[in-house]
Design a protein around this ligand. Structure first.
Ligand code: ADP
Ligand code: MG
Length: 601
């Protein structure tokens, strides 16, 4: 058998898949060849399989360093269901269990450990007594302090090469700017590493970025479009999470919450209920996410702007790991940036503080851009995306048109001037709008000549114009707790020299094309009858999952169920042909699903 055939056979036998995803094979070749490898692949591209398959084929045990206990548990559970012997050593086990695993290392193809375990006294010496086939560093960006998720305990991983000079290391990450990627191989002391970097384009994600207007109604649009589907809503503070959670719960939604202020138990329950499909929606701070391998998250909604593009991309990366269409919406406001900068000010180390601020500005620039979102994001990660319009982002779906903004700009700037540059965006637009707000009336600002001067526009349109003026340098926002609008040198051109300026105005073309897609629409190959069958198969899967106390996706992915609903397999061998079914799963679940299919069709 050629190597290629051998790898394909192993893929079906141990993982049930019919073909490799892009780049998986290349990486597997290198690892099988005992080379050091750095793989940078976006979320959902199947990185785990890239090291799990070689671990199964190689002699000895592969040690996987993983940052989170929940990730280790999830992987070990899935591997066990596939008949691959795997274990983890961490603080969630008692000492006896950990000791047992150490003593029986040779029985496992994969052993997951946390980075800090490596430095516990005596651990390395005991590892040396085992026959190791390789080391794997998952979430490897944590090793670099240039990354956004630096974890000091990852630094100790540099001793792997010192202690095990002939054992190959492979590192995996979904987030790496070129400097982080280089830092990973340097920190790990790799020898002539093979670098494999895939495109970061996640074609199945629709990206939407909007100025924050009324986040509750903006969110509602998204929730309506994704009724009953799994989704994550991110907010920047615990308080916001709590408030939104209460709000959505009182509306009867099946929702849970997650943030650092809750007990371990509560957080664990939220995570489990989400994974086990007992909860549809989780409202969370950024603390939620790393440990989620749930493949069918259909939407991610950011109430607040993430702190940097890496973080944003990682968070939206949790949507659509199964490759099916999913939607990511982010709201941003200047207030978000002000908050982030205040937060950064508390950081002691100057270089990190400046970096945080810079990244926050880059994030804002992305939000303010009217270019294709995909193009801009990929540019940030060093990729040149040429297939614009991508047709799956807000700027491509609702392209901006130039409108003459000269008069509007004059009115806005004179209003800022009349208000003595002492107010922020909200207040200035209220005055221009002619709002009858107490504060305005009390201050007699309704007597200003600019009061109500732009009442034809909505508040969000006014905000958008002001943002554009900031972008073009005709206004700046002051630092400090409350961002005030200030005039600049350039403002004079508009105020006194009649300079022409243009605003980009969005024309809404296709109204949320993708957000209308439900499970049913996405799977256009499923007819009404087949859709009914699909829903029945889902119910069966959930029942089996509950009985065995595993998440539904550990049994089969949605995609595999869809194939069943479409192809109606009748025999074991037809069942085995499905993508996602291997011999183990055929033996365990084949009968249940075949029976259900034959009784329904
Ligand atoms: P990553 O770590 O890159 O985010 P995962 O390893 O979690 O990705 O895999 C993402 C999903 O893709 C998982 O649900 C996994 O089962 C699935 N997957 C991996 N390889 C294949 C393949 N060759 N064919 C189909 N699905 C795959
Ligand atoms: Mg992964």
């Amino acid at each position: 058998m050629t190597l290629q055939n051998q790898y394909h056979a192993a893929l079906k036998k141990h993982f049930g898949f019919n073909s490799f995803k892009a780049d998986q094979e290349t990486i597997i070749y290198s690892i099988m060849n005992n080379e050091d490898v750095v793989s940078v692949l976006p979320t959902g591209s199947g990185k785990s399989l890239c090291y799990q398959l070689p671990a199964v084929l190689k002699k000895g045990t592969t040690i996987v360093l993983s940052p989170l206990i929940s990730l280790m548990q999830d992987q070990v559970m899935q591997l066990s269901k596939q008949g691959i012997s795997a274990a983890f050593i961490n603080s969630s086990n008692d000492m006896m269990d950990n000791e047992y695993i150490m003593q029986h290392m040779h029985e496992y193809k994969l052993v997951y450990i946390s980075p800090e375990r490596l430095t516990t006294p005596g651990f390395i010496d005991r590892l040396k007594q085992s026959n190791l086939s390789g080391f794997v560093i998952d979430e490897a960006h944590c090793i670099s302090q240039w990354g956004h998720a630096f974890r000091p305990e990852y630094r100790s991983l540099s001793l792997i090469k010192e202690q095990f000079p002939t054992t190959p290391i492979s590192a995996f990450t979904a987030t790496a700017t070129p400097d982080v990627e280089k830092d990973i191989s340097t920190q790990l002391n790799m020898k002539n590493p093979v670098h494999i970097k895939a495109s970061f384009n996640r074609t199945n994600l629709t990206l939407k970025v909007y100025e924050k207007d009324n986040y509750r109604s903006q969110l509602e649009t998204c929730l309506k479009a994704h009724k009953g589907a799994s989704g994550i809503i991110y907010a920047s503070t615990r308080k916001k999470v709590d408030r939104l959670f209460d709000d959505l719960k009182s509306k009867g939604l099946n929702v849970a919450r997650y943030h650092a202020g809750l007990s371990d138990q509560d957080r664990q329950r939220t995570l489990e209920n989400f994974i086990y499909e007992k909860t549809d929606i989780v409202v969370a701070t950024v603390a939620f996410g790393m440990g989620i391998n749930k493949p069918n998250v259909r939407f991610v909604f950011h109430i607040d702007m993430p702190q940097n593009i890496e973080q944003y991309y990682q968070e939206i990366g949790r949507a659509g790991r199964d490759g099916l269409a999913s939607e990511c919406t982010m709201l941003y406001s200047l207030q978000d940036v002000v908050m982030q900068k205040k937060f950064a000010d508390d950081v002691l180390e100057g270089s990190i503080r400046n970096q945080m601020k810079r990244k926050s500005d880059q994030m804002l620039a992305l939000c303010n851009s009217t270019e294709c979102r995909r193009k801009e994001i990929l540019k940030y990660f060093g990729e040149d995306f040429k297939q614009t319009p991508c047709n799956h982002c807000d700027t491509c779906l609702e392209p901006a048109e130039n409108m003459d903004g000269t008069i509007i700009a004059q009115k806005i700037l004179s209003c800022v001037y009349k208000l003595q540059q002492r107010f922020g965006i909200g207040y200035v637009s209220d005055v221009l709008k002619g709002a009858k707000i107490k504060l305005i009336l009390n201050r007699n600002h309704d007597k200003l000549s600019t009061y109500g001067l732009l009442s034809d526009f909505s508040k969000s349109e006014l905000r958008h114009f002001i943002f554009s003026l900031i972008n073009q340098g005709y206004l700046v926002v002051s630092d400090g707790d409350y961002p005030l609008l200030k005039l600049t040198q350039k403002s004079r051109d508009i105020l006194f020299n009649n300079k022409e300026i243009f605003f980009k105005k969005r024309i809404v073309k296709a109204k949320n094309e993708s957000s209308k897609k439900t499970d049913k629409k996405q799977t256009s190959f499923v007819s009404d009858d087949n859709y009914k069958l699909y829903m029945e198969l889902k119910t069966l899967r959930l029942a089996l999952a509950n009985k065995q106390n595993v998440p539904p996706y550990v049994i089969f992915h949605d995609k595999t169920l869809m194939e069943m609903a479409k192809n109606h397999p009748k025999t074991d061998s037809e069942f085995l042909e499905l993508n996602g079914v291997g011999p183990q799963k055929l033996a365990k679940y084949g009968k249940d699903f075949l029976d259900k299919i034959s009784e329904t069709t």
